[in-house]
Each structure stands twice: as structure tokens, then as C-alpha cells.
Ligand binder design. Structure first.
Ligand code: HEC
Ligand code: HEC
Length: 145
């Protein structure tokens, strides 16, 4: 990271000195590495979704909790939401699953509904499952404890 920042700073100073807007090609590094832009992508290794009993710890207040189970069988479309089969007010007890957060029943004006608000219908807009993989780039994020 330090090296990248130094290279970027160098590129900026070259720009300031020469006054032209051509960035040095070498200073940009993408996740594709040296793979040619016209070439095919590198093969992605298939990763397994991680199931974690008791769920994942949240990194901060108001974080949408990570999904601690597989989700490939649960479809979300106009007619059906597979997630509600277990997480709705009606079904969660029987399925022994946590109920949707209270905020999921509120309209944008704060009115409480007895069903999930359309603002919260597409669950994976906010909740994501996890795979057992290393971060793609170095990451020093440390959640609030
Ligand atoms: C077959 C029932 C079932 C279905 C369907 C289901 N879940 Fe779950 N879900 C569970 C159970 C049980 C847990 C609790 C697991 C645990 O804590 O060990 C859970 C946990 C979660 C949590 C973590 C909650 C927390 O507080 O940590 C999220 C988020 C979640 N599910 C989202 C989803 C989404 C999104 C879908 C649809 C794509 C979905 N679930 C479909 C049963 C289900
Ligand atoms: C716009 C973002 C968003 C969408 C869409 C969304 N959620 Fe959430 N969800 C959150 C946030 C933020 C929290 C944590 C705060 C809270 O409970 O409101 C949460 C909490 C939860 C919890 C834990 C509740 C608890 O009491 O610990 C479950 C379970 C859950 N969501 C399931 C779902 C399911 C299933 C859907 C789809 C029907 C969904 N969510 C849609 C943002 C979202």
C-alpha cells in the first residue's frame, strides 16, 4: 500500500511539473495484474459459502448482519421471497430463525406495517453470505468492539 501511495504521489508531482494530463501507465495496478485487457479473465476458484452457527459478529451498530448460511436455494422475485419462509413474523418461531429486524416493518415515513416493507424486500441488497477467502487487497479495517 505504501509503495502504491508513493507511486501515486510521484505521478501527481510529475503531472504538476510537466503540466500535461498523461498518467504514467506503470503506476496503475489492477486486480487483473499483468493480464492483458483483451485477454480472458483469470480463472476464478470456486469458494464454498461458510455456515456459522450463532451467526457472525457485527463490526458496528446498525450493520446488516452477515448471512451465516447458504442461500443458493432461496429465490427473491415479485411473487415469492424465499427468505421470508423462515425469517418472517409468521414463520420465524416454527423455523427457529431470528425474525427480521423491527426496522424492516417501517415505511419511509416511519409507519409500522404488519408485513415486510418494500424498502426491505430485497434482502441481499444489504445482507451478504460469506466465503472462506483471503481479502483481495490488504485490509486493516477493525470493527468497533
Ligand atoms: C430454512 C430457513 C431459512 C431460510 C430460508 C433463510 N434463513 Fe437466514 N437464518 C436461518 C437461521 C436458522 C438462522 C440463524 C442461524 C444461527 O444463528 O445459527 C439464520 C440467520 C440469518 C441471518 C443472521 C442474523 C443475525 O442476527 O446474525 C441473516 C442476515 C439471514 N439469516 C438472512 C437470510 C436471507 C437474506 C435469506 C434469503 C436469501 C435467508 N436468511 C433465508 C434460517 C433461514
Ligand atoms: C436496506 C437494507 C436491508 C434490507 C433490504 C434488509 N435488511 Fe435485514 N437488516 C438490516 C440492518 C441494518 C439490520 C440491523 C439493524 C436492524 O435490526 O434493523 C438488519 C437486521 C436483520 C436481521 C437480524 C434482526 C435482529 O433482531 O437481530 C435479520 C434476521 C434480517 N435483517 C433479515 C433480513 C431479511 C430476511 C431481509 C429480506 C426480506 C432483509 N433483512 C432485508 C438491513 C437490511
Amino acid at each position: 500500500m505504501k509503495k502504491l501511495i508513493t507511486t501515486a504521489a510521484m505521478a501527481v508531482s510529475i503531472l504538476l511539473v510537466s503540466g500535461n494530463s498523461v498518467f504514467a501507465k506503470e503506476s496503475v495496478a489492477s486486480l487483473r495484474g499483468t493480464q492483458d485487457i483483451q485477454g480472458s479473465s483469470l480463472k476464478v476458484t470456486k469458494k464454498k459459502l461458510v455456515s456459522q452457527e450463532g451467526g457472525f459478529e457485527r463490526s458496528y451498530k446498525q450493520q446488516p448482519p452477515m448471512i451465516p448460511h447458504k442461500i443458493d436455494k432461496y429465490k427473491i422475485n415479485l411473487k415469492n421471497n424465499g427468505c421470508l419462509k423462515c425469517h418472517s413474523k409468521k414463520n420465524h418461531k416454527k423455523e427457529k430463525a431470528p425474525m427480521l429486524g423491527e426496522s424492516h416493518f417501517l415505511t419511509r415515513d416511519g409507519k409500522k406495517l404488519d408485513h415486510v416493507s418494500s424498502r426491505r424486500y430485497f434482502c441481499n441488497q444489504c445482507h451478504a453470505p460469506q466465503v472462506d477467502a483471503n481479502p483481495l487487497v490488504k485490509n486493516e479495517f477493525d470493527g468497533l468492539k
